[in-house]
Design a protein around this ligand. Structure first.
Ligand code: FES
Length: 58
């Protein structure tokens, strides 16, 4: 499933990035080589990042 339609970023790729490195969703997008465009996805993306990190910490 895509979390970011504008950049075609998949949820699983964002989760993996969140597990591997720090930063908020926008900085993870940058590390994946993308920049937010419409920004409508960022709230959901932040939630996915937080979930991915809590799983790692558990
Ligand atoms: S859906 Fe992610 S920037 Fe538009």
């Amino acid at each position: 499933m895509y979390i970011c339609i504008c950049n075609a970023i998949r949820e699983k790729d964002l989760r993996r990035a969140a597990c591997e490195q720090g930063g908020d969703a926008e900085s993870l997008y940058a590390k994946l080589g993308f920049a937010p465009q419409c920004r409508q996805c960022l709230e959901d993306a932040e939630q996915i990042v937080a979930e991915a990190r809590s799983c790692v910490a558990a």
